[in-house]
Design a protein. Sequence first.
Length: 266
Amino acid sequence: MGGTEHLAVRRAGATLILTLNRPEAKNALSLPMLVGLYDGWLAADEDDAIRSVVLTGAGGAFCAGMDLKALAGKGMDGEQYRDRMKADPDLHWKAMLRHHRPRKPVIAAVEGYCVAGGTEILQGTDIRVAGESATFGLFEVKRGLFPIGGSTVRLPRQIPRTHALEMLLTGRPYSAAEAASIGLVGHVVPDGTALDKALAIAEQVNACGPLAVEAVKASVYEAAEMSETDGLAAELKRGWPVFDTADAKEGSRAFAEKRDPVFRRA
């Protein structure tokens, strides 16, 4: 499974690992990276053998945000990536998970800097692990800019509004411990072990029924945009069909027989 010059792609069992790979620039976003991310999300959606995705960064950093020079297409093979962006003007937003939600659970493994565009991509992930020295923040207002990757909409829905507004309006950095305390990340682990923890969580996800996992994820996000009454009604529409699948029957049978289930997406 391919990547680009700034995005490494590999498989670990049923998990697809996407690694932002510009360590010399603290994995700042470039055209090759955005194109690679978009292709990675599509590959995960289309391959039924992939049950989860882990997003991480190389060289002890997650992502330091946008690299404006690189996004202008400077450097090696810039033209081919510009052509991809021209063909789909929304590609960069899909790559950053602003305009695309993968079917499979996405787990972020954060080390080092996860700021500006990095924190914006983070908000598009489902489960988040951080090394204890990781740094988060939306620095745009300090530079007279706007965090247009979705943060003014998504962040107040993911953490308490007072914390979201403080992060958005002060532009200050947040430690991993503080990010965990406000609910931006779920786990803080020793430096250098975020990927290991993320892969361990992915293995737990992969052991579950894939149709059930995907339906649960879809239901959570769908209901977040509804009233409780409408959300509960929508949950029934998504949930009941899962009970009729062969995987649901296999799960019950395996429990009764005291063995691990063998799910077949059927």
